[in-house]
Ligand binder design. Structure first.
Ligand code: PLP
Length: 463
């Protein structure tokens, strides 16, 4: 493949050290819904929520990336979903990693990935984390302040730096420009500070905002990046050679748009710059569609025409994305598997306005309001597709419901990587609204025990 990447395909993942010898379910004939149904009906002891990670999707997404942006090396943003089963797949397919902390570097190194394949893409790092990066040889990081230059000089002077520039796709789901990135007038003093500290500034990085919707944001930031390259040259610094496009990619048509814009703006601004190294830090792109979440209905209440359900995951767990990953639009389809019901997918069944509550005692822990669902019973299930991005990663153990213990089942939906993005259609096609919007966003400190919990996670493999 491009840039000498390993041969792609499910085989590559199954051969990866962490997966080798373990059984991974083949869903290419059954489909996802039937697979989840078989897990539920064959294993009556399963009552806890669980994820299914579809390796076929990861393969196709990597294939699509390489086809669309063959020269841009993806460094998967671990924060988006640190599930080791996903990390090993991305590693096996030739991807590299963006780590935000010592903890994430540890997780990635523990999988056998070498330190050169990691960018420490956090512009403000704690002292101990910088010292750890120096110790294990993670030698590429980002910065956007003079203080960070000083910290790097003191604790990790061998580390190459990427100057993070401020950009904004103001329409992104989660714009990052308010927090990170140097203003144009800060570029010169920051480069001078690095020069004075005898640090190498190897290139430029930016992030157009997670869930970016306007690929035009690349144009202005690439212009600024070119300007910064020229400034460095004017200051007599070695020529910068790395361009890091950050994250913000969403799979589907938005990705095609972004890829075209990136290629065009590269041509416009950088065609005269030889030997550029191009990289990016996609998180959502790889994780979002690869995971499906199944949750168990643990209680019901009927109030006239209204149906109310309690499920065993919610806004303090996987569905924290409703609050933190702003404007996340969740959908769910039913699997009526209690007492071996005749029509598990409820096709054609009458639907009711339904409220779906999470398990904690907080009233904000409400996943759906006025969502159309068929009549369900306790012990039935709801299946949430596209639940891989910023879900379990930021869930807490509030009220003793442990996001960290949600099990992931491994499976694949396609036996070969053929470059076609196969979409698994869940039954139902039911639409609904989510109860919370941007204006009801809560701050992090209202979430006690927000957990960094990837270490405790159990992975279960089934055939
Ligand atoms: N890189 C950095 C520095 C980030 O802060 C983030 C997300 O916050 C990402 C990459 C991943 O972004 P996304 O999931 O939108 O691709």
């Amino acid at each position: 493949g491009a840039m000498g990447w390993p041969r792609m395909g499910i085989e590559t993942i199954l051969d990866a050290p962490w997966v080798k010898g373990k059984k991974v379910a083949n869903m290419s004939k059954t489909g996802l819904t039937d697979h989840i149904q078989s897990i539920i009906t064959n294993r009556k002891d399963i009552k806890e929520p669980f994820y299914v990670l579809d390796y076929g999707k990861v393969v196709n997404l990597m294939d699509k990336w390489i086809t669309s942006l063959p020269n841009v090396k993806p460094y998967y943003a671990v924060k988006c979903n640190p599930d080791p089963a996903l990390l090993i797949a991305i590693s096996a397919l030739g991807g590299n990693f963006d780590c935000a902390s010592k903890g994430e570097i540890e997780v990635v190194l523990a999988l056998g990935v070498s330190a050169e394949r990691i960018v420490f893409a956090n512009p403000c790092k704690p002292e101990a984390h910088i010292k750890y990066a120096a110790k294990v040889g993670v030698n590429l990081t980002t910065f956007d302040s003079v203080d960070e230059v000083e910290k790097m000089r003191k604790w990790h002077p061998k580390c190459a730096l990427l100057l993070r520039l401020k950009v904004g796709d103001e329409n992104a789901k989660c714009p990052l420009g308010d927090k990170y990135g140097a203003f144009p007038e800060e570029v010169t003093p920051l480069l001078q500070a690095a020069q004075k500290a005898k640090l190498v500034v190897a290139g430029i990085s930016f992030h157009v905002g997670s869930g970016a919707r306007d690929s035009g944001a690349y144009k202005s930031v690439m212009e600024a990046a070119k300007e910064a390259l020229n400034t460095a040259t004017r200051l007599g610094m070695p020529r910068m050679h790395i361009l890091n496009f950050g994250g913000g990619f969403t799979s589907g048509p938005q990705f095609d748009d972004a890829a075209i814009t990136i290629k065009n703006t590269l041509k416009t601004y950088f065609s005269d710059v030889p030997n550029l190294t191009l990289m990016a830090e996609p998180g959502r792109y790889f994780a979002e569609t690869a995971f499906t979440l199944a949750v168990h209905i643990i209680g019901t209440r009927i109030r006239g025409d209204l149906r109310e359900y309690w499920i065993n995951d919610g806004l303090y767990g996987s569905m924290n994305c409703i609050l933190h990953d702003l404007a996340a639009t969740l959908t769910a389809t039913p699997l009526a598997c209690s007492s071996n019901r005749a029509n598990p997918t409820c096709r054609g069944a009458k639907t009711y306005k339904s409220t779906v509550f999470g398990p904690t005692c907080d009233a904000i822990d409400t996943v759906f309001l006025e969502y159309q669902l068929p009549e369900l019973k306790r012990d039935d299930w709801l299946v949430f597709p596209n639940m891989g991005a910023y879900t379990a990663a930021a869930g807490s153990n509030f009220n003793g419901f442990k996001t960290s213990e949600i099990v992931t089942y491994l499976a694949y939906s396609t036996p070969l990587c053929d470059g076609i993005n196969k979409t698994i259609t869940l039954n139902g096609g039911i639409n609904g609204t989510i109860p919370f919007t941007r204006t009801t966003k809560r701050s992090f400190d209202q979430f006690p025990q927000a957990a960094s919990n990837s270490k405790k996670k159990k992975i279960v493999l089934v055939s």
